[in-house]
Design a protein around this ligand. Structure first.
Ligand code: 5GP
Ligand code: MG
Length: 178
C-alpha cells in the first residue's frame, strides 16, 4: 500500500483490506448467532457506512432487512457539532430488532442525537455496530455492541470514509500523515 493523496492532504496506509474483512466476518458471526428468527432491520448511516454496510450485509445469513438514513456532523476534518438529517427513515421501527450501522464513532454526537429518535418509535431492541471507534474522542458515551476496530484519535479516510467528499474509494483505510 502506498501513500494516498486526497485534495490537499497526504494519508498513509493504516488498516489493510484483509483486516477489515476479517473483523467484519467476526461481528457478522456474532450477529448471525444473536438474531436467528429476529428478522433484524439494519439502519445504515450514509454516506460513510455504505461500504461497511454492504460487506457486513453480505455476511449476514439470517433473514434481515436494510435501510439507509443520511446524517452528517463533519465538515473537512473537524466535527461541526451539528447533526443534520437530510434523508429520513422510511422504515417502520416499532417492535423491530434494530442494528444501527456506523462507519466510525468519534465524539458520539451523531448517534447521541439520532438514537432517541429511534427509541421514540419503540423498537423491540436497539444495538450499534461500527467499523471504527475512537475511544479517546468520546464526548457522548455510548454502548457499542459490535465494534470492528478501535483506533487512536487521528483522522482517517478510505473504505467509504471521506475527506471533504473525496478519498472514499479505496479497499483499505488510511490515516492522516503528520
Ligand atoms: P461523531 O458524531 O461520533 O463525532 O462522528 C461520527 C461521524 O463523523 C462519522 O459517521 C463520520 O462520518 C465522521 N468522522 C468521525 N471521525 C472521522 C474520521 O477520522 N474520518 C472521517 N472521514 N470521518 C470521520
Ligand atoms: Mg458517518
Amino acid at each position: 500500500m502506498n501513500e494516498l493523496k486526497v485534495l490537499d492532504k497526504t494519508f498513509v496506509p493504516f488498516i489493510s483490506e484483509a483486516t477489515i474483512q476479517e473483523k467484519i466476518k467476526e461481528i457478522a458471526a456474532l450477529i448471525n448467532a444473536e438474531y436467528q428468527d429476529k428478522k433484524p432491520l439494519f439502519i445504515s448511516i450514509l454516506n460513510g457506512s455504505f461500504m461497511f454496510a454492504a460487506d457486513l450485509f453480505k455476511q449476514v445469513t439470517v433473514d434481515a432487512e436494510i435501510c439507509f438514513i443520511k446524517l452528517a456532523s463533519y465538515k473537512g476534518t473537524q466535527s461541526t457539532g451539528h447533526v443534520i438529517t437530510s434523508i429520513g427513515l422510511d422504515s417502520n421501527v416499532k417492535d423491530r430488532h434494530i442494528i444501527v450501522l456506523e462507519d466510525i464513532i468519534d465524539t458520539g454526537k451523531t448517534l447521541h442525537s439520532f438514537l432517541p429518535q429511534l427509541v421514540n418509535q419503540q423498537p423491540a431492541s436497539l444495538k450499534i455496530a461500527t467499523l471504527l471507534h475512537k475511544p479517546e474522542a468520546t464526548v457522548h458515551p455510548l454502548t457499542i455492541d459490535y465494534c470492528c476496530i478501535s483506533i487512536p484519535n487521528k483522522f482517517v479516510v478510505g473504505y467509504g470514509l471521506d475527506y471533504d467528499g473525496f478519498g472514499r474509494n479505496t479497499k483499505e483505510i488510511y490515516q492522516l500523515k503528520d
